[in-house]
Design a protein around this ligand. Structure first.
Ligand code: SF4
Length: 415
């Protein structure tokens, strides 16, 4: 069996755990940000409604900043205040409201899960983290823990990016924080630490600390409510972790939680030595030709042709200008020809490659794709009607375009 990690990586002193909970909660009560989902969770008497409010916020907050989410959240809760209301919405409506928030499958899965709760669970949310994760599509371990602790008071921990950073610093964990062994250890730690009487507040406090004080690059250790429990800070101030557990030091021995021996503590980094991650995979590079077809609508207003993407895969069900993925290294002339053929297939009208005007390029970074759109335009004369037998397509004014379920990338293309 592997040797247990040194004591400094653990919270083994019950008195210290109690003090940490008390200090963190006192700070949270005084300093927490006012956020709409917190207000809802604190004032809504019905636990299932509370769970729905927390669930929506947690899904929106995945990979997205709080400041961006607030407006989307308020509009969502106004439109669909209950999961019964959400279950009756169409995917088109969900995509329209989600447009610009990114990672579009989140909205779709949220709505599918709401339908499942209504159809299969008699409209009642599962009340524990285990059941939430098991029964709701799109709800992972973190989201389940957040909903269960905040809405139902279950004493279960959460581990997200903020919690990983805080715990790794509190306990000098320098092994790859994305590795399953470290993640498992952090979940054990979060479950052991969570305050039994205020689990939801404790979890939010730990995340809030990571978001506002224990920041990735410039943590405010001087203002930190748990600084006296922080091994990384001690190490920075005193050069050694204390209490010195035994002969092991970071990088020495085979401790599964220490930094690798080849990358020991770097004193110029201080507490930001932790956490550490294996190098990120480079995003895939992709090029797509896209064409803004424009006609004059009534009163001479410009209208643009948009088409709908397939219902699965990247940007599922969203609308876009007709687009065609390109192989790398294609000559411009060839690109233009392929795009003209593609447009002809979409619209059913003859499209001449020479008529396409190259406008420029738009770069958009998705989480795992570095995407370049090569943008063409094609002004059209006369009434270009669409063949309803072909794939879904429609003409929209600029205003209608902005209100449609289109991605941020396509808004950049129109600009
Ligand atoms: Fe983070 Fe600094 Fe607080 Fe430690 S003392 S938890 S590094 S902010």
């Amino acid at each position: 069996a592997p040797a247990p990690p040194p004591a400094r990586h653990l919270f083994s002193d019950p008195a210290e755990v109690e003090a940490l909970r008390r200090d963190l909660l006192a700070w949270y009560d005084k300093c927490k940000r006012d956020l709409p989902w917190r207000t809802l969770a604190a004032t809504e008497p019905d636990a299932d409604r509370r769970a729905y409010a927390v669930w929506v916020s947690e899904i929106m907050l995945q990979q997205t900043q709080v400041s961006t989410v607030i407006d989307y959240y308020n509009r969502w809760m106004q439109k669909w205040p209950t999961l019964q209301a959400l279950a009756q919405a169409s995917l088109e409506e969900v995509n329209e409201l989600w447009a610009g928030l990114g990672y579009y499958s989140r909205g779709k899965r949220l709505q599918e899960a709401a339908r499942k709760v209504v159809a299969e669970l008699a409209g009642r949310m599962p009340g524990t983290a285990e059941d939430l994760q098991k029964l709701l599509p799109g709800v992972g371990r973190y989201t389940a823990g957040a909903i269960a602790s905040i809405s139902y008071g279950q004493a279960t921990g959460v581990v997200d990016g903020n919690v990983i950073r805080v715990l790794c610093r509190l306990r000098c964990i320098g092994a790859d924080s994305s590795s399953p062994a470290v993640i498992d250890r952090l979940w054990d730690m979060a479950n052991a630490l969570v305050d039994r009487s205020r689990p939801g507040d404790f979890n939010q406090a730990l995340m809030e600390l990571g978001a506002t004080v224990c920041a990735p690059r410039a943590p405010l250790c001087g203002e930190c409510p748990v600084k006296q429990h922080c091994q990384a800070r001690r190490r920075k101030l005193f050069g050694k972790p204390t209490p010195v557990p035994d002969v092991e030091d970071c990088g020495v021995g085979d401790c599964p939680l220490c930094p690798p021996a080849a990358e020991p503590w770097d004193s110029s980094l201080g507490v930001t030595n932790f956490p550490r991650k294996a190098a990120k995979k480079q995003p895939r590079v992709a090029r797509t030709a896209t064409c803004v077809l424009e006609r004059r609508g009534c009163h001479g207003t410009p209208e643009y042709l948009i088409v709908q993407r397939p219902s699965s895969g990247l940007l599922a069900g969203l609308w876009e200008f007709p687009s065609l993925p390109l192989a790398q290294g294609l000559q411009e002339e060839k690109q233009r020809e392929l795009l003209a053929d593609h447009l002809q297939a979409w619209t059913g009208w003859p499209v001449a490659a020479e008529g396409l005007r190259l406008v420029g390029e738009v770069v958009h970074i998705f989480s795992h794709i570095h995407q370049t759109y090569v943008v063409y335009s094609l002004p059209l004369d006369g009434d270009m009607t669409l063949d309803p037998a072909l794939s879904p397509a429609r003409w929209v004014t600029e205003e209608e375009f902005r209100a449609s379920a289109v991605s941020t990338a396509m808004k950049k293309v129109l600009e």
